[in-house]
Design a protein around this ligand. Structure first.
Ligand code: KG4
Ligand code: ZN
Length: 348
């Protein structure tokens, strides 16, 4: 039996989870700062790190209490090393190191996106080769895994991440932050009546969303100028259909080329109800590829997913040391290589 205590603080959620054998969630405490950042229309990094400092110990204590276990029973401490906001990451990294030092436990540094991918392990054992569509507020990537802990990026966004595009379009439409869930909801009442261009991208599996965001802005300005009423639900629906169809098309192409055993969705935008529907529709045309969609509570940032990824990293001996410092632009590990030895430990 392996018991992992996992810590996540890369953006605006302060989270701690206790995960048994990479599969069973004994506690998953998430303290969201959304209410605070909503007032500013987006995450304010300085405010985020300050709130992490205020909340981190409570969140860790709550997780241990909920799981009804003691620190002595924990086998390792997994924590998000990067990518994310530097000030936010530092808080989780310091908390993890402090616990590891106090209780003499091994440290397992985790790449945040591997957490989003391994959240699917709570649904089903992962089978390889596996294709992951990673869609969050900071990332849009198609990742191929030929085995555990080997992440090959097939393509990524050239500009905005899909979640970022959702948030920006929602702001323009006056829907507030975070935009994803708001657009998801209101788009159900609308029709895709407005024509929006699909940006062309050179890379076979690359994406681009900033042109689409600008097109929405121009559409609203044009309609306002012409004195026509802007139907918010129709704009939301048109944007969503265009953005998601780009994701689905490229994912289908990659499934066809790589014939993975599994296709998994990962990241906050995987919570989108329309995307889930479109992917389930696409799955009907797949020959031997099974679609796995993470449970809603595991799509947006949480620490259980860091525990799931942490369990695999722990099994592979991917331990970190006290020198490894938060890395806002950490790259995904390839071939089980220990990625914790980053160079920039001056700033901790
Ligand atoms: O993975 P996540 O919690 O944080 C990052 O690692 O970035 O993703 C947050 C992003 C935000 O941009 C948010 O608007 C988006 O996920 N999101 C959604 C939905 N729920 C969250 N986007 C579309 N539809 C949703 N239902
Ligand atoms: Zn995330």
């Amino acid at each position: 039996m392996t018991m992992i205590l996992a810590i996540e603080s890369s953006c605006d959620e302060t989270a701690c989870a206790i995960v048994k054998d990479g599969k069973e969630i004994l506690a998953n405490i998430v303290s969201s700062q959304i209410n605070v950042h909503t007032k500013f229309g987006g995450v304010v990094p300085e405010v985020a790190s300050r709130i992490h400092v205020e909340n981190i110990s409570t969140v860790i204590m709550e997780a241990l209490e909920k799981a009804d276990i003691k620190m002595e029973e924990i086998d390792a401490i997994a924590y998000t090393l990067g990518p994310g906001l530097i000030g936010s990451l530092h808080v989780g990294v310091q908390a993890a190191k402090t616990l590891a030092w106090l209780y003499n436990k091994p440290l397992v540094p985790i790449h945040h996106l591997t957490g989003h991918i391994y959240a699917n392990a709570f649904v089903s054992d992962l089978q390889f080769p596996l294709l992951a569509l990673v869609i969050s507020g900071g990332h849009t990537e198609l990742v191929l895994m030929k085995s555990d802990y080997d992440f090959e990026i097939l393509g990524s966004t050239r500009d905005d991440a899909i979640g970022e595009a959702y948030d920006k379009v929602a702001r323009v439409l006056g829907l507030g932050y975070p935009g994803g869930p708001k657009i998801d909801k209101i788009a159900k009442e609308g029709k895709a009546n407005y024509h929006l261009p699909k940006p062309k991208v050179d890379g076979e599996y690359d994406f681009s969303f900033s042109g689409l965001k600008t097109a929405v802005l121009q559409l609203i300005q044009r309609e306002n100028k012409a004195g026509r009423e802007v139907k918010v639900e129709d704009v939301a629906c048109s944007f969503q259909e265009t953005a998601l169809s780009m994701l689905v098309e490229k994912t289908k192409m990659a499934v066809l080329e790589y014939q993975p055993k599994m296709l998994v969705l990962a990241g906050g935008v995987a919570a989108n109800s329309r995307l889930r529907e479109m992917m389930q529709e696409a799955e009907k045309d797949f020959e031997d590829t099974k679609l796995i969609i993470p449970p809603l509570y595991c799509c947006t940032d949480n620490a259980a997913m860091i525990g799931a990824s942490g369990y695999i990293a722990y099994k592979h001996g991917l331990f970190g040391d006290f020198d490894a410092s938060a890395d806002p632009s950490l790259e995904m590990p390839r071939d089980n290589v220990n990625f914790s030895q980053n160079e920039n430990h001056d700033n901790i």
